[in-house]
Design a protein around this ligand. Structure first.
Ligand SMILES: NC(=O)c1ccc[n+]([C@@H]2O[C@H](COP(=O)([O-])OP(=O)(O)OC[C@H]3O[C@@H](n4cnc5c(N)ncnc54)[C@H](O)[C@@H]3O)[C@@H](O)[C@H]2O)c1
Length: 453
């Protein structure tokens, strides 16, 4: 992995100005640093779907236009990329050809927000063209593509940041702080169970995520977040994985189906009927551009081509001997997760309720219990913004000042990206073969009891 550090205008002003001052007179050094720093980071985006246009588009222009500029937007769908440009308010050219965009716009950084299975090709091409990369999770969808990304990063010396926004949610950072402080002694095991509801969970079965060839299954697409959290909280690498998984609810498991919700003859008796026509933004982003690629955003959750699991149970053994029981369910009546860390001196647990039909609590509760002691409730107030404020904090780290101290090690690179997907890949392989899968057999990365910095 590259040792090159990320730098933006603000940190450049601080560090380069100080460095130059040792060989040049201070005013000259400051002027040179100022001049260099006036150059904004040239950003380009590949894959202008919903994640790109708000999180990595409109919001970046609103919050960071003093230090970054969009020089190109690209998507194979010509209608969607034109809508994205208008929606974001960017003045740069729109492309359907990535190579052309790279050659003509010479970006400093590429943001990769395509369908998961295509991340690898763009990450590698961008690094080979001398660009750093900010990629959405999951890093990629199989071990071969993962190895190719790691090799390309090593060869080119470019940096690839993986955007694990979940690490930046306040209650998850608090859990990390408590674990780091040794509140429950040495962690020995973890119970981690994630519930997606019949709205958010079902949405993965409507579109490309429903296909293993596009998303790698939810063990990659969704659980990469959860596996990354585990790796980060435990500060160790996974070594062995065993899993079960099945498709028993969505897809073929139903008596009727249609292509998509609009025009469905079963809409009056399907609890999963979803009317996309009520959402103007989604109509413009997806429906207006179906003519170019046939992407149906309101696809039927009962389609027979669905080939991902809708229930998954995974056992993970870590290099520091922690054992984890994890599960993911995709059709719960409400959404959230339960986690418990069992340690030699106590237990740390939380029942995080998201998107519930009843009233939202103003804070998340963490319960800390020392052995032979009383339970203590720690309240972590909710903050505004996507993913519990995680999206905003992640962007501040990337665009405001990457050189800021990172005591909880929330910034993530390709090793973190790889280690989280390797658990998902191992789990998928284990479900397919019925065997235990060793992480060390998947790529060249050797799992360590304590993760390397
Ligand atoms: N971190 C998070 O919390 C979070 C949340 C949502 C999405 N995501 C990630 O963001 C990415 C985009 O997700 P989305 O919800 O915006 O999906 P989306 O379907 O809205 O957008 C995907 C875009 O990729 C384009 N595309 C399809 N095939 C392509 C190809 N071969 N080359 C380039 N582009 C191609 C599509 O035309 C579409 O515009 C995914 O990797 C997803 O995992 C992350």
């Amino acid at each position: 992995m590259s040792s090159k550090t990320n730098m933006n205008r603000r940190s450049f002003l601080k560090t380069t100005g100080a460095g130059l001052a040792t060989i040049l007179s201070e005013p000259v050094a400051a002027a040179l640093a100022q001049q260099a720093a006036l150059k904004k980071t040239r950003l380009a985006v590949i894959g202008t779907g919903i994640r790109a246009i708000d999180m990595w588009g409109k919001d970046i222009l609103r919050d960071y236009s003093d230090s970054v500029e969009f020089v190109g937007l690209c998507d194979p769908n010509p209608g969607r990329v034109e809508f994205a440009k208008k929606y974001i308010g960017a003045t740069c050219p729109a492309y359907t050809d990535f190579d052309k965009m790279l050659t003509e716009t010479k970006p400093d950084k590429i943001i990769v927000t395509t369908v998961d299975a295509y991340h690898d090709g763009y990450i590698i091409k961008a690094m080979q063209a001398g660009c750093d990369v900010i990629t959405e999770k999951p890093l990629t969808t199989d071990e071969f593509k993962c190895k190719a990304i790691l090799d390309a990063e090593k060869k080119t010396g470019q940096i690839c940041t993986v955007t694990f926004n979940y690490r930046f949610t306040p209650h998850r950072a608090k859990l990390k702080e408590l674990l780091n402080a040794g509140e429950i002694g040495t962690v020995t095991s973890v119970d981690f169970h994630w519930y997606l509801d019949t709205s958010h969970g079902a949405d993965y079965f409507r579109r490309w995520h429903r296909l293993r060839s596009k998303s790698g299954t939810l063990l990659l697409h969704k659980a990469t977040h959860h596996f990354d959290l585990l790796n980060w909280w435990l500060d160790s690498d996974p070594v062995e994985v065993f899993a079960y998984g099945a498709l028993e609810f969505y897809g073929k498991n139903h008596e009727f189906r249609h292509t998509n919700c609009r025009g469905c003859p079963h809409k009056d008796n399907c609890p999963f009927f979803w009317d996309i026509t009520k959402d103007d933004k989604l109509m413009q982003l997806y429906v207006a551009n179906e003519q170019y690629d046939g992407y149906l955003r309101d696809g039927c959750v009962w389609k027979e081509d669905i080939d991902i699991f809708d229930k998954m149970a995974v056992q993970i053994k870590y290099a520091n001997n922690v054992q984890v029981s994890y599960s993911l369910t995709t059709y719960s009546p409400y959404e959230g997760y339960r986690i418990a860390f069992n340690g030699t001196k106590g237990r740390l647990e939380a029942w995080i309720k998201e998107r519930q039909p009843w009233t939202e609590p103003p804070s998340d509760e963490i319960r800390l219990t020392h052995n032979f002691g009383k339970s203590q409730i720690i309240n972590v107030p909710h903050t505004k913004g996507g993913h519990g404020g995680g999206d905003m904090r992640l962007k501040a780290r990337i665009f405001k000042d990457p050189s800021l101290p990172d005591p909880l090690k929330q910034a993530a690179g390709t090793r973190d990206g790889a280690m989280s997907i390797l658990i998902g890949i191992a789990a998928r392989n284990s479900i397919d073969t019925g065997k235990i899968v060793r992480i060390a057999d998947l790529t060249d990365i050797k799992p360590q009891p304590k993760r390397p910095v």
